[in-house]
Design a protein around this ligand. Structure first.
Ligand code: PHE
Ligand code: FE
Length: 294
């Protein structure tokens, strides 16, 4: 429920909501934790309580464990403190940013095991819909799984792969991998499908929709299939991809993407609703539900 990470460096900054006037060359800023108001912290608690009530039914167990470990119910987390917890778990730290940052810098942070987190929080009238990621999306959605060793290694590998994708003109294909597997990934567990993606887990509506709704397709992860699949940024997803485990993602992406990017350029994209004969289908979607407004 927010703009894609693939921002065109320089150009989009003026259109973004955060204050970019004090950024360092790597686009980080001071979080300014002391400047949050009690209303800001109350907004965090409201969002936190609402989501954490839903999560036991819908979220992957590894996400829930990470969330508990971070212990951030009380208010907008101080990134310095959360970084200590994270550093102990997997060697990651958090850096504050004013919002979306150019992809090159974004990839560089990930490659150095630094996760950029937006410092501002949404206003009450934006509880359910937000165009850009805020601290609730970035922190609540992304940080818990960074306590998981395999996922933590994966995200660093993704960052290293980012610079290479820029050099090989593979950004669009690589971005789809982030979208479907980091923002909107599902995982198959002994208790059924569960969500681990930050995009759905920071959204009340999509947390339920991605698991319960008959509308979307749920298809087994396949690297090339995912990288060919277009996505929409203005509504719930029409297709979700399902992992068997995080190692599957790590292993599938460990290969050199150079020939893959070359091959992908020769193949047509796949629409967000399409199902192929080769797909491992968990659920075939009706594509019926009116999404956001529901
Ligand atoms: N293996 C990929 C490459 O050679 C890099 C990568 C790793 C991309 C993990 C995404 C995720 O380009
Ligand atoms: Fe995100």
């Amino acid at each position: 429920d927010f703009a894609t990470r693939v921002t065109d460096s320089g150009k989009t900054d003026t259109a973004l909501r955060g204050d970019y006037s004090h950024v360092q060359p790597d686009f980080t800023i001071d979080q300014g934790w002391d400047h949050y108001t009690s209303a800001d912290h109350a907004m965090w608690r409201t969002l936190y309580d609402r989501q954490s009530a839903l999560l036991p039914r819908y979220a992957a167990p590894e996400f829930l464990e990470g969330l508990t470990r971070l212990d951030v119910r009380d208010g907008i987390p101080d990134f310095r403190r959360a970084s200590e917890v994270l550093d102990k778990a997997t060697g990651w730290t958090l850096v504050a940013v004013p919002g979306l940052i150019p992809e090159r810098e974004f990839f560089e942070h990930l490659a150095a095991r630094r996760f950029p987190v937006t410092n501002w929080i949404r206003k009450p009238e934006e509880m359910d819909y937000l165009v850009e990621p805020d601290v609730f999306h970035d922190f609540f959605g992304h940080v818990p799984l960074l306590t998981h060793p395999v996922f933590a290694d994966y995200l660093q590998a993704y960052g290293i792969g980012g610079a290479k994708a820029i050099a090989l003109n593979g950004q669009e294909h690589l971005a789809r991998l982030y979208w479907y597997m980091v923002e909107f990934g599902l995982i198959n567990t002994k208790d059924g499908l569960r969500a681990y993606g930050a995009g759905m887990l920071s959204s009340r509506g999509e947390t339920q929709f991605c698991i319960e709704s008959p509308s979307p397709n749920r298809i087994g992860f396949d690297l090339e299939r995912v990288m060919r699949t277009q996505y929409r940024i203005d509504d719930y997803q029409q297709t979700y991809f399902v992992l068997d485990n995080y190692e599957q993602l790590m292993n599938a992406t460990a290969v050199d993407f150079t020939p893959l990017y070359a091959r992908l350029r020769t193949l047509p994209p796949i629409s967000p609703t399409e199902v192929l004969p080769t797909d491992r289908v968990f659920t075939l979607g009706t594509q019926g539900e009116g999404h956001k407004a529901a």
